[in-house]
Design a protein around this ligand. Structure first.
Ligand code: PEP
Ligand code: MG
Length: 326
């Protein structure tokens, strides 16, 4: 089985009826990038930059970040996109040197883009490093935990300021970098048509989208029965996001755990997802599956499951219709 997967490292992720998708990797540090390539990643769909900020005593400098981003971009080259997510600290991820307030509900609190729009000093340093690294590869930038259009516009305004500062200092950077957002808060999924007009792409973060849609903490075992990626409410949101993006001519990826789940892949393929980003080890099994599927058939399966009324029924149906996955 392993040897059979290895054969697929340089093969395209293409269905039986010729629909090509991108299988990308989620990484946390530059070393993971090499492992991703060895496992056939066609890009990086999520570079979680918080690891650069963790396990140390002070914020990483612009130069330090620039070196880390540049290393990954250079490794992947111009043909393979690397999506760098701006800082997503807070929630479950704390920084000892930041003195963050204790909160009743950290997952609903001061984190990610909320913190970055408040601490624009931290945000600007990172934006500069990302824009500069964009000269050396195919980097795209993505904001986490966007909840409103106003936040997206505020983040883009800071980005414009940073570009002006770099220009004024004659520092080279990629002025044409694509900017997207994570879709991980239900408000954004619902208003996806409005957001689609103001972004270059979406990446659906199901780890959080499921937790916020179901009001079930992703870390809490006692409510894990409610943490249902296959709940039809979640699946309808995902379909809505994909349709809204495509209607605006934008591409959509997914970088939550669901993207690498062999039972979810047939549904997501049928819904029209363009990019699947997962842990490196999931890429070749996913590619093997996708190469045996027919996208049109999966479209019919996706349509059918969106009318079903429970996660259990949906999973059982897909496992019956697509025996390859079990
Ligand atoms: C997500 O929420 O799905 C996601 C990919 O981000 P993280 O797991 O880092 O919160
Ligand atoms: Mg998230």
């Amino acid at each position: 089985r392993k040897r059979e997967f290895k054969r697929l490292v340089d093969e395209p992720s293409v269905t039986q009826d010729g629909v090509r998708v991108e299988l990308a990797a989620n990484i946390g540090n530059p070393d993971d990038a090499r492992v991703a390539l060895e496992n056939g990643a066609e890009g990086i769909g999520l570079y979680r930059t918080e690891f650069l900020y963790m396990g140390r005593n002070e914020l990483p400098s612009e130069e330090e970040q620039f070196a880390a981003y540049k290393a990954v971009a250079a490794l992947f080259g111009m043909n393979h996109p690397v999506v760098i997510r701006t800082l997503d600290i807070g929630g479950d991820k704390e920084l000892p040197y930041m003195d963050m307030p204790k909160e009743m509900n950290p997952f609903l609190g001061y984190r990610a883009i909320r913190l970055c729009l408040d601490r624009t000093d931290i945000f600007k340093t990172q934006l500069k490093a990302i824009l500069r690294a964009g000269v050396y590869g195919n980097i795209k930038m993505m904001y986490p935990m966007i909840a409103t259009l106003q936040e997206l516009r505020a983040a883009n305004k800071v980005l414009e300021e940073v570009k002006q500062e770099l220009s004024a200092a004659n520092i080279p950077f990629n002025d044409a970098m694509e900017v997207g957002i994570m879709v991980e808060i239900p408000s954004v999924a619902v208003l996806a048509d409005q957001f689609a007009k103001e972004v270059d792409f979406f990446s659906i973060g199901t780890n959080d989208l499921v937790q916020y849609t179901m009001a079930a903490d992703r870390m809490n075992e006692q409510v894990s029965y409610l943490y249902q990626p296959f709940n039809p409410a979640v699946l309808r949101l995902v379909q809505h996001v994909i349709d809204a993006a495509h209607a605006a001519g934008k591409w959509v990826g997914m970088c939550g755990e669901m993207a690498g789940d062999l039972t979810a892949i047939p549904i997501l393929l049928g819904m029209g997802l363009d990019e699947f980003s997962m842990s490196a080890g999931s890429i070749l099994p996913a590619r093997s599956l996708i190469r045996q599927l027919n996208q049109q058939d999966m479209g019919r399966i996706a349509k059918t499951v969106l009318a079903m009324d429970s996660a259990e029924a949906i999973k059982a149906f897909v496992e019956r219709e697509v025996p390859l996955i079990t």
